[in-house]
Design a protein around this ligand. Structure first.
Ligand SMILES: *Cc1c(COP(=O)(O)O)cnc(C)c1O
Length: 378
């Protein structure tokens, strides 16, 4: 083991700047005697609505549940039917695909755009078939997967758009979504957020949210998340228990206030990396065109000599990670899932390295230093 000089992430250190506010907020919940629902959850939901210029937000248990509830609510309200195809990029965290199959829908896995690594209008255009009824853009690594062409196809074909915004809170698209808002997670019919502790805005446990513009989806999601109950002891759906804990809502009300500042700090580190890294074997992520079209949940480089470069970085004290080493379609649980050839996803999965980018653990200078270490790789 080499001494770690540049840790990838340390969650205690992430929360340290907010310690007093977090302790105060937890004490408030403990004293309130209200441990399910109530004012803390409502205040959190109001913050999410305001942040995203959307009329509805629902606090839920985690990001996977946010996706599952959104898709099941689409079926419950007739926007989608069981067995409908949902186009989803193959280079995503498995939760995106789990939500689709769990809801009784069919994932159409496609290779994302080679450069931006997300779904683009062009990718949708090339892969669309008449049985695709929905799109699930995944704003991977914090980069908004949305453009004018995608908006046009969605409108022309009447596609349902459910965003996986688990990695992209605070990001903004260059053009507005289907309902006016340009905020990631509020571009389509519903957007799913995760506040898993490692995300840009992390709770102190599991938490998630759905943002939507559609009153019927809002109603169905709330009901599905509460045992499928529309009123006390009356269940119209075979639902779930997917409520957001008030204690996590209180933690998030603290953390959300710092979201834009934290994202700006991530951007500064991404710029430092991009200005420093200069190596013929390393492909850097693209910065821009605006400072908020990517909120840099991860800073991911690619190299054909991935394992060697990772080993070299480790020797130099740089801790790295891989997001994600094995794409969903290569997981044992999807051994029988039919899919088209996915050469881009499979090639890139073998080349990815995530560098440290957490605002608290990694300074801008650290990012430049790590960049210079990479440049020495032979
Ligand atoms: C983290 C994540 C999820 C799942 O969120 P959880 O809160 O961990 O359930 C879904 N999709 C993507 C892209 C993610 O990164």
């Amino acid at each position: 083991m080499h001494e770690i000089k540049y840790p990838f992430l340390n969650l205690a250190c992430e929360n340290k700047p907010y310690m007093d506010e977090l302790i105060e907020a937890s004490a408030r919940v403990i004293r309130s005697g209200r441990y399910i629902g109530g004012q803390e959850v409502e205040a959190f939901e109001a913050m999410m609505r305001d942040m995203h210029s959307a009329p509805y937000a629902i606090g839920v248990s985690n990001g996977l549940d946010a996706l599952r509830l959104s898709l099941r609510a689409c079926i419950a309200t007739g926007l989608l039917a069981p067995g409908d195809k949902v186009m989803v990029p193959a280079n995503t965290y498995i939760a995106s695909v789990l939500a689709i199959t769990d809801a009784g829908l069919m994932p159409l896995l496609v290779d994302a755009d080679e450069v931006t690594m997300v779904l683009t209008g062009d990718v949708v255009e090339r892969n669309i078939t008449p049985d695709v009824k929905a799109l699930m853009p995944v704003h991977l690594y914090g980069r908004v997967a949305w453009d004018g062409e995608m908006a046009d196809i969605a409108k022309q074909r009447g596609l349902i758009v459910i965003e996986d915004a688990a990695q992209s809170i605070g990001a903004r698209a260059a053009c507005s979504g289907l309902f006016g808002s340009a905020h990631a997670g509020a571009l389509g019919h519903a957007g799913a957020f995760s506040f898993y502790p490692t995300k840009n805005v992390g709770a102190l446990g599991d938490a998630g949210a759905v943002v939507t513009h559609i009153p019927e989806l809002h109603k169905a999601i709330r009901e599905l998340a509460n045992y499928g109950s529309d009123r006390r002891y009356h269940n119209i759906y075979a639902g779930y228990n997917c409520r957001l804990d008030p204690i996590q809502a209180a933690m998030l009300s603290v953390k959300l206030r710092h979201c834009n500042k934290q994202n700006a700090e991530r951007f500064a580190r991404a710029v430092a990396y991009n200005n420093t890294i200069d190596h013929p074997l390393v492909t850097k992520p693209r910065i821009g065109p605006t400072p908020t079209d990517c909120v840099w949940h991860q800073y991911v480089i690619r190299t054909p000599r991935r394992d060697e470069l990772r080993g070299f970085l480790s020797e130099q004290g740089v801790e790295t990670d891989i997001h994600y080493a094995v794409p969903p379609h290569m997981q044992p649980c999807y051994a029988n899932l039919e899919h088209m050839p996915l050469p881009v996803t499979e090639r890139q999965a073998a080349q990815l390295i995530s560098l440290p980018i957490s605002p608290e653990c990694t300074s801008v200078k650290d990012a430049s230093d790590i960049g210079r270490i990479i440049n020495k790789f032979k």
